[in-house]
Every structure is written in structure tokens, then in C-alpha cells.
Design a protein. Structure first.
Length: 53
């Protein structure tokens, strides 16, 4: 359970850093809104998947 929260936090932090560096100054408010909502959903779903190499 702790690993899930750590993975989720790391994923959300990376997506938020990308938003602040690239998308914050853009004038596409509707896209930014959907990006932020989608990043929250993605950060909760992404740690559930296992990728095997």
C-alpha cells in the first residue's frame, strides 16, 4: 500500500512539474484544465499496472 502511494505521488509530481515548466503560460485554459484533471486520474491509475520486460 505504501508503494502504491509513493508511485502515485511520484507520477503526480512529474506531471505537475511538466505542467509548471511547459503548460502554465499557455492560453489554452480548457486544455490546461483537462490536463490537470487527467493527470490526477492518471496518477491514481498508472501505479496499478505492472510492466514486464
Amino acid at each position: 500500500m505504501i508503494t502504491y502511494f509513493l508511485k502515485s505521488f511520484i507520477c503526480l509530481a512529474l506531471l505537475l512539474v511538466f505542467y509548471h515548466l511547459v503548460l502554465e503560460r499557455e492560453k489554452m485554459h480548457q486544455f490546461n484544465r483537462f490536463y490537470l484533471l487527467g493527470s490526477i486520474l492518471f496518477s491514481f491509475v498508472a501505479p496499478l499496472y505492472n510492466i514486464y520486460i
